[in-house]
Design a protein around this ligand. Structure first.
Ligand SMILES: O=c1ccn([C@H]2C[C@H](O)[C@@H](COP(=O)(O)O)O2)c(=O)[nH]1
Length: 163
């Protein structure tokens, strides 16, 4: 996964959104962490991993991947705002045999922890555990990068259309 390129694309999108929505220079970490948590809920809903009361099948991998990369946008965006050094993120995804439900719970907890401290080290753990979630969902680095780029373009188009 070319994280350098993805951070660059995210920066271009974020700068554009900040300018067009008059929030240049505003601290948006709280909004972005909440947006990440909302995306996490949407993603969990599409997987239906916690719906022990239902027989309905999860959404397609395509739909699940699209939700996953929405969350990825907000994580990259937060990383930019705290000036994360990419070199510290570009490590092997840790091995994990967690269930999907446990991994979602871990990510809610880690994102709340990061929101409190705004520490680089807390962000790195959160980012790595989001990569673990991607693996648990069955996505390759290539799947994630391709879908991220596609959704980044959609987000630009939405701004063109006055979203
Ligand atoms: O500063 C921002 C704000 C939003 N988004 C992107 C991330 C998601 O892909 C999408 C979420 O938009 P909604 O569909 O939730 O409105 O917007 C950014 O990349 N940067």
């Amino acid at each position: 996964m070319d994280l350098i390129k993805m951070f660059q694309l995210q920066k271009e999108l974020d700068n554009r959104i900040r300018e067009e929505h008059n929030v240049l220079g505003k601290n948006l970490i709280a909004e972005k962490v909440l947006a990440f948590q909302v995306e996490l809920g949407e993603l969990a809903n599409e997987t239906r991993c916690f719906k022990y009361w239902s027989l309905k099948q999860p959404s397609s991998q395509e739909v699940i991947l699209e939700e996953y990369v929405d969350g990825f946008h907000f994580l990259l965006s937060i990383g930019i705002d705290i000036s994360i050094s990419i070199i510290k993120l570009n490590v092997e995804t840790p091995k994990n045999s967690s269930t999907l439900t446990n991994q979602f719970a871990t990510l809610y907890s880690l994102s709340s922890q990061f929101e409190k401290t705004k520490d680089e080290s807390d962000f790195i753990v959160l980012f790595q555990q989001y990569l673990v979630l991607g693996k648990l969902l069955g996505f390759t680095d290539n799947d994630i990068e391709t879908a991220y780029r596609g959704k980044n373009e959609v987000n630009h188009q939405r701004q063109n259309d006055g979203y």
